[in-house]
Design a protein around this ligand. Structure first.
Ligand code: ADP
Ligand code: MG
Length: 700
């Protein structure tokens, strides 16, 4: 059954040992199965031609039809090139140029013959040319009766030199396809095929290569993408399912003090999104299974109060809770914010960081063990072996991307009897669809609503020459009693240089604003120095904080209404967004100025434009994903999204959600996948397991 698709490609006509070797090393094509799943990256539409007169410089690739009227070898030796002139039906001329393989091309290109030419046009001295175009003889093509949509495959220079171009690959695939019928097994249950109107697998495999129409191509792609995403989601959901069954958690069912705090002590009303998330968390922690939940919320969306309500749930049920932050400043801020709340609820809270004195530490350790202490807030110092709890029931991690898996595991071990519930909070807005995949083994809650009354931050992009106006604006803001951040880029390759640019900036700011107090923080200060300097700013002793990105995460100074980002083009989008989130935290209008020089890359420009256009973290994350691809985002490496063959995580979000829904439904009805309808799924999983392939959807 698996046999046919594992036939080696040497069995194909015209593939000897040498070519087989090339296809293996260059494209990793070993078997018939590999070939069938070597999908074309686009199709040539034989019905769409450009008139030469309509060409522009910014077209990616065009198809032009015309007759070659002249050709000529120009120059000598290595500088020699072949130039041919193609004339279309309207009589316009297009130059075709070759620098390599001249002898061979010279023989191919015949005068007064009609060709279809494909390539990227560029303009030179007001005339258009295409360098190394693909060339096809119209008559030959008609004779071979090629379909209107012709597949184009990725290939390499080396393969082309051995006449294994896209067309040769198409011929190999065309030889295999007619035989696959009896060997292809449907991998999706009939009900799913029907509900999503999916093509049968064998038809989809044939038509993704040689579609009879654009619509058929669309449907073939849809079917294969769906299948790929379905199996990805099924895998992730099953992993999660397995873990859930295995791990028991404490039951935090009754939570009287949550209601009390909410009704009598909370100075504001929760947003709808906060309420929903609190319910989701409570539901999780009442089941008897260990919670593993990711809480995503844009900067300023109010995650901290959700964390506190969750801690109260633990306390109500006789368990302790800890909140871990990635930096001392953040731990401080959480402690300062939560301490009055805890006091009002008669709960004891303490802080533990690297700078906690030994005496205080000893006392704290004892109070944790005896259970007198309900809540502990701190940095990674919480992970130290000396920190033992009476009954740790909940661990919350703020800005989880700073913590590794090992650190998570260490926190788990703080309760030897029952693994504590875990809530991971992040302000890095990962697009929903990606979160679903990357954190497929976590449940995800999203706070997608900002507290009422927030004014969107006004963001502008200014060139260097406007610096003095920007400074003037900043001066006026501070005179109104506000504060400001000025951020300098971190130059990763060269910390000394980064510090130099920061200290120069600091000196400049001091000189420009002699009337204001200026603080400076950067990564080279000790935790103590950094804290002291931050405190001067937080308490309002200084009005301007000059900093590197150390202020990126979580810092909350509602009175700061302005931020200037120097060399903004050097920052990534998500970083810019994180930084900007430091302002706009109070009721006043806030501003963010992105300062740059004139020289900007295309992506750099897109990043700046995006920041100016929107403050929606999810929209920004989507643009970021499109610019950078999923490879750069936290966690994608392990998630399998990079192994996708046909679906595109950045573009197929909607389909991913559908596929996940379908997978979820099936697992709910038939968790072990043993029913007759789900036989195709079982067989596919079995096949994948047998093949042991990293790539899930590879035919085996
Ligand atoms: P983040 O999600 O970035 O951690 P915080 O928890 O620091 O956000 O909240 C930002 C600010 O908004 C805090 O000053 C907090 O007290 C306030 N806040 C949180 N929730 C609400 C709400 N529902 N209404 C008004 N203000 C809120
Ligand atoms: Mg926060």
């Amino acid at each position: 059954m698996a046999g046919f698709f594992s036939y080696p490609i040497e069995l194909l006509r015209g593939v000897g040992a040498a070519r087989a070797k090339l296809l293996q090393t260059e494209l990793r094509l070993f078997t018939y199965g590999d070939l069938v799943q070597y999908y074309p990256f686009r199709h040539l539409d034989r019905t769409q031609y450009y008139a030469i007169a309509d060409l522009t410089d910014d077209l990616p690739h065009v198809q032009v039809r015309g007759i070659i009227r002249r050709k000529q070898l120009i120059g000598e030796g290595r500088a020699q090139r072949l130039s041919a002139v193609l004339v279309d039906a309207a009589g316009s001329e297009l130059e075709l140029v070759w620098f390599k393989g001249l002898k061979w091309v010279e023989r191919q290109v015949r005068i007064d013959v009609e060709y279809i030419v494909f390539g990227k046009p560029s303009e030179f001295n007001g005339r258009f040319n295409i360098v190394h175009p693909e060339l096809e003889d119209v008559a030959a093509q008609k004779a071979s009766g090629t379909a209107a949509l012709q597949p184009v495959y990725n290939t390499t220079e080396k393969l082309k030199n051995h006449h294994l171009d896209s067309k040769a690959i198409a011929r190999l695939i065309a030889e295999v396809l007619p035989q696959i019928g009896p060997h292809v097994h449907e991998t999706l249950p009939a009900a799913i095929l029907e509900r999503y109107a999916l093509l049968p697998r064998s038809l989809a495999l044939a038509q993704i290569h040689f579609p009879p129409s654009a619509d058929a191509l669309q449907r073939a792609r849809f079917r294969l993408k769906f299948e790929e995403l379905f199996y990805l989601q099924l895998k992730l959901l099953r992993q999660r399912g397995l873990r859930k069954v295995e791990l028991a958690g404490q039951i935090f069912q009754k939570v009287p003090s949550v209601g009390e705090f909410y009704h009598h002590h909370l100075p504001f009303d929760l947003t709808g999104a906060q309420k929903r998330v609190v319910k989701e968390i409570h539901r999780d922690m009442s089941t008897g299974r260990q919670m593993n939940r990711l809480l995503q919320g844009d900067v300023g969306s109010g995650k901290t109060i959700v964390a506190f309500l969750t801690m109260l749930m633990a306390a109500d049920n006789g368990a302790q809770a800890c909140l871990m932050a990635p930096t001392e400043i953040l731990a401080d801020q959480h402690f300062t914010g939560l301490e009055p709340y805890a006091r009002r609820m008669n709960r004891r809270i303490a802080k533990l960081t690297g700078s906690t004195r030994p005496a205080a530490r000893r006392e704290l350790h004892a109070a944790l063990r005896s259970g007198e202490l309900d809540f502990l807030v701190g940095t990674h110092a919480l992970l130290e072996d000396g920190v033992q709890f009476k009954n740790l029931g909940l661990t919350i991690m703020d800005e989880q991307h700073r913590f590794g898996v090992q650190q998570r595991a260490k926190l788990w071990q703080k309760n030897p009897d029952v693994i504590p519930h875990v809530l991971v909070m992040t302000a890095t807005p990962i697009p929903r669809t990606l979160a679903m995949t990357v954190y497929g083994d976590l449940d995800v809650s999203i706070i997608d609503e900002l507290p009422a009354g927030r004014k969107p931050i006004a963001t502008v992009h200014r060139y260097e020459e406007k610096r003095s106006q920007v400074y003037q604006f900043l001066r006026e803001e501070i005179r109104k009693g506000r504060q400001a951040y000025i951020v300098y880029p971190l130059i990763e390759e060269n910390e000394q240089l980064a510090l130099k640019s920061l200290t120069e900036g600091y000196a400049q700011v001091q000189a420009v604003f002699p009337e204001f107090g200026v603080s400076m923080v950067h990564g080279q200060l000790s935790a103590f120095e950094k804290d002291e300097e931050m405190q001067r700013f937080i308490s309002g002793k200084t009005q301007i904080l000059v900093a590197t990105t150390v202020i990126e995460v979580g810092v909350n100074v509602p009175n700061a209404t302005m931020m200037i980002i120097e060399n903004a083009e050097r920052f990534g989008l998500s970083q810019l967004h994180q930084l900007r989130g430091r302002v706009g935290r109070g009721g006043e209008q806030s501003y963010c100025v992105l300062l740059t020089g004139y020289k900007l890359s295309k992506d750099g420009r897109t990043r700046l434009e995006t920041m100016v256009r929107t403050t929606d973290g999810f929209e920004i994350a989507d643009v970021d994903l499109k610019l950078r691809g999923p490879g750069d985002l936290t966690g994608t490496q392990q998630s399998g999204v990079l192994d996708l063959m046909i679906a595109d995580i950045a573009k197929d979000g909607q389909l991913m959600a559908e596929a996940r829904g379908a997978a979820q439904e099936i697992l709910e009805a038939d968790p072990e996948l043993v029913s007759a309808e789900n036989e195709p799924i079982q067989r596919q999983i079995e096949a994948q397991r047998r093949s042991g392939s990293l790539n899930w959807s590879r035919i085996s």
